[in-house]
Design a protein around this ligand. Structure first.
Ligand code: AN7
Length: 354
C-alpha cells in the first residue's frame, strides 16, 4: 500500500475524522539506523539507534507537527498561518502553507538562521520578517499579534503540532517491538521531547510496549535553560536551531523528565561540532549541529554509567545536515586539496591520502 503520510496512518490516534482534507507531503516513516562504528570503542553491550528525522519532506521533524497544524488550520477556515522560528519551523510552515494554498508569515532572528532554512522559506513564498532580536522575541510578537490578526499560530504551542510529532515514538515502538530504554533529543522549546513522551505513554497504555524510556534532553551550553533552571536572556550557540532561552513547553518538559526519570545536560559548541563530524565520517549520517547533540549526550552518559549496560538507546537526529552547509565549510574543510589537471598530480594525491 502507498504511504501517504502520518495522519492517514495514525488517523485514529490523532483524532482526525474521515472527512477532513489532509494536507500532507508524505512526512514520517523515517529510518531507524543502528550505529555500527562510532560507539564500538565503548566496551559495553548497548545498542544505539538513530531516528533520522532529517529525511522528512523539508528536512526536519517539524513536518510531523506541521501536517497536523496546517490540516487543522485549513479545516477551521484559516487562510493564513504564522510562526516565530529558529529556521526549521519556518521552512516547514512555508512548505505546508504552499501545499494548502494559504498564506504563511514567519518571524526569524536576523542573521541567526542557516542558509538552507532561509532558502526554504523564500522558495515556498512565505512572507519573511527578519527581526532585530532572537527567537524568544519573535515568539512574544507572534502571541501578541495572532490574537488580533486572522492567522493561526503553528508554533508548538499549537497542540496539534505535538500530536503529530508523537507519531515518531509510535514508529520506533513498531520497529523495535518495544520502547527503547533511553531516548535522547536536542531540546529547544521542548515540544519534541514532550511529544515523544506522549507517544510512548499512549502506546504503553495501549499495551503496545511493556516499558517506557527515560527521556534525555540535551542543550547547548550557551542556551541551556533546563540545565540552569531559569530563562536565559541572551542565548548563544552555533546550534542556531536550539538558540532558545525561554522554552515554550517548560512545564511539559519538567513533567517528562520527572515521569520518565530522565535528565537534562548541556554541551559546548566545540563538542557539538565534533560529534556532528563523527556521525558523518564514521556512520555516513549527516545531521545539522543541533541534532548531533543527542549523540554527544548519549556517549557521555554511557561513559559515566548513567546509561545502563544491555540497554537500547534511540537518538533523534532532528534536522538534515544540508540545512547548514556554512558551518560544515567553516569547521570541517581540512580534507580539501588543490591539484592541477595532470594525471601524475592526481595519482600522487590519491597515494598521499590512502
Ligand atoms: C533541528 O524551528 O524551534 O525542543 O523554530 O530545528 O521541540 O523546540 C526548532 C527546534 C531540535 C528543538 N532540533 O526542538 C524552530 C525551532 C532542530 C530544531 C529543535 C529544533 P524543540
Amino acid at each position: 500500500m502507498m504511504y501517504t503520510g502520518l495522519i492517514e496512518k495514525y488517523r485514529n490516534k490523532l483524532g482526525i475524522s474521515k472527512d477532513t482534507k489532509i494536507i500532507s507531503l508524505g512526512e514520517g516513516n523515517t529510518p531507524l539506523i543502528k550505529l555500527n562504528n562510532s560507539i564500538k570503542d565503548i566496551n559495553k553491550k548497548i545498542d544505539v539507534y538513530i531516528k533520522y528525522e532529517g529525511l522528512n519532506p523539508t528536512g526536519s521533524f517539524k513536518d510531523r507537527g506541521m501536517t497536523m497544524a496546517v490540516t487543522k488550520a485549513v479545516e477551521t477556515g484559516s487562510k493564513a498561518i504564522i510562526c516565530a522560528s529558529t529556521g526549521n519551523t519556518s521552512a516547514s510552515a512555508a512548505a505546508y502553507a504552499a501545499r494548502a494554498g494559504i498564506k504563511c508569515f514567519v518571524l526569524i532572528p536576523e542573521g541567526k538562521i542557516t542558509i538552507g532554512k532561509m532558502s526554504q522559506a523564500m522558495i515556498h513564498g512565505a512572507t519573511i520578517m527578519q527581526i532585530n532580536g532572537n527567537f524568544d522575541d519573535g515568539m512574544r510578537m507572534v502571541k501578541e499579534v495572532a490574537e488580533k490578526a486572522k492567522v493561526s499560530i503553528v508554533n508548538s504551542i499549537n497542540p496539534y503540532r505535538l500530536q503529530g510529532q508523537k507519531t515518531a515514538a509510535f514508529e520506533i515502538i513498531e520497529e523495535l517491538g518495544c520502547s527503547p530504554d533511553y531516548h535522547a533529543l536536542p531540546v529547544g522549546n521542548a515540544g519534541n521531547i514532550s511529544a515523544y513522551w506522549m507517544g510512548y505513554s499512549e502506546y504503553y497504555k495501549d499495551n503496545k510496549t511493556d516499558k517506557k524510556p527515560k527521556m534525555l534532553g540535551y542543550q547547548a551550553s550557551g542556551s541551556a535553560p533546563f540545565v540552569s533552571g531559569e530563562i536565559i536572556k541572551n542565548p548563544e550557540t552555533i546550534a542556531t536551531a536550539i538558540r532558545i532561552g525561554n522554552p515554550q513547553s517548560w512545564d511539559l518538559a519538567q513533567k517528562t523528565k520527572k515521569q520518565s526519570n530522565g535528565w537534562f545536560d548541556s554541551f559546548s559548541d566545540q563538542e557539538i561540532i565534533n560529534i556532528q563530524k563523527v556521525l558523518a565520517k564514521e556512520e555516513g549520517i549527516f545531521c545539522e549541529p543541533s541534532s548531533a547533540i543527542s549523540l554527544a549526550g548519549v556517549i557521555k552518559d554511557i561513559q559515566n554509567n548513567k546509561i545502563a549496560d544491555n540497554s537500547k538507546v534511540v537518538c533523534t537526529l532532528t534536522g538534515h545536515g544540508l540545512k547548514d552547509p556554512d558551518t560544515v565549510i567553516k569547521y570541517h574543510n581540512k580534507n580539501m586539496i588543490k591539484v592541477n589537471p595532470i594525471a601524475q598530480e592526481v595519482k600522487q594525491a590519491i597515494l598521499n591520502n590512502m
